[in-house]
Design a protein around this ligand. Structure first.
Ligand SMILES: CC(C)(COP(=O)(O)OP(=O)(O)OC[C@H]1O[C@@H](n2cnc3c(N)ncnc32)[C@H](O)[C@@H]1OP(=O)(O)O)[C@@H](O)C(=O)NCCC(=O)NCCS
Length: 167
C-alpha cells in the first residue's frame, strides 16, 4: 500500500503502520533543467497522447516558446504539468493540463492552475479560456470555470468544451 511504512525494531519485531501520511512538499515552478523538460513532455505524452495511440512528438506544440510552462514536483518527481499563452489581449489560454494517473485527485491540478492564474494576474490579464476534455469539465468547474460552448472532437472521440474564468 502506498504510504505504508515499516518501523524495524532492534529486536526484530516489525510494526506496520498503515495508512501513514508523510508531510510532502508540492512545488510548482517553471521547468528549468533538461531533466525537468524531459519529465514535462513525458508526462504530457503519457497522459494526453499515448492512451490514444498518438505518436511520440505529437505532445510538443508549435508555439511552446511563447508559453508559460508549469510543473508540479513532489519528492523530485514531476506529477503535474500545464502551459498557458496569451491568446488575445488580456486573455490567457491554458492547454495541456495533466496530472500523473497515480497522483490524480490529490489537489495537484488545482494547485498548478492556481499558479498559472497568479501568473496571468501578474501580467494584467483579465480572463483565462481553455478547451476542456469532457472528462475534465467537472474539475474545471470545481475551480471556477464555466462552459461557454461545446467545441471540437479530438482523435475522433474526445468531446471538448470551451470554458472561461474571469480573473
Ligand atoms: C483533469 C485533471 C488535470 C485534474 O487534476 P487532478 O490533480 O486530478 O485534480 P485535483 O485533485 O486538483 O482536483 C481539484 C478539484 O476538482 C475536482 N475534480 C477533479 N476531477 C474531477 C472529476 N473528474 N469529477 C468531479 N470533480 C473532479 C476535485 O474533487 C477537486 O475538488 P475539491 O477542491 O473541491 O476537492 C487530471 O485528473 C488529469 O490529468 N486527467 C487526465 C488528463 C486530462 O483530462 N486533462 C485535462 C485536459 S483538458
Amino acid at each position: 500500500m502506498q504510504n505504508r511504512i515499516e518501523i524495524e525494531y532492534i529486536y526484530g519485531a516489525t510494526l506496520r503502520v498503515a495508512p501513514f501520511f508523510f508531510t510532502t512538499m508540492l512545488e510548482i515552478k517553471s521547468p528549468q533543467t533538461e531533466s525537468d523538460w524531459k519529465a514535462y513532455y513525458a508526462l504530457r505524452f503519457s497522459v494526453l497522447r499515448e492512451p490514444w495511440n498518438q505518436p511520440l512528438g505529437s505532445e510538443v506544440l508549435a508555439d511552446e516558446d511563447q508559453a508559460i510552462h508549469a510543473i508540479a514536483v513532489e519528492n523530485g518527481e514531476v506529477l503535474g504539468v500545464a502551459r498557458m499563452h496569451e491568446s488575445a489581449k488580456n486573455q490567457g489560454q491554458v492547454r495541456c493540463v495533466a496530472t500523473a494517473t497515480k497522483a490524480q485527485g490529490k489537489g495537484i491540478g488545482k494547485t498548478i492552475m492556481a499558479y498559472l492564474e497568479e501568473k496571468a494576474i501578474e501580467k494584467g490579464w483579465t480572463e483565462i479560456v481553455l478547451e476542456a476534455r469532457e472528462n475534465a469539465v467537472p474539475f474545471y468547474q470545481a475551480i471556477g470555470y464555466r462552459i461557454v460552448a461545446e467545441s471540437y472532437l479530438l482523435f475522433g472521440e474526445i468531446q471538448h468544451f470551451r470554458m472561461q474564468k474571469s480573473l
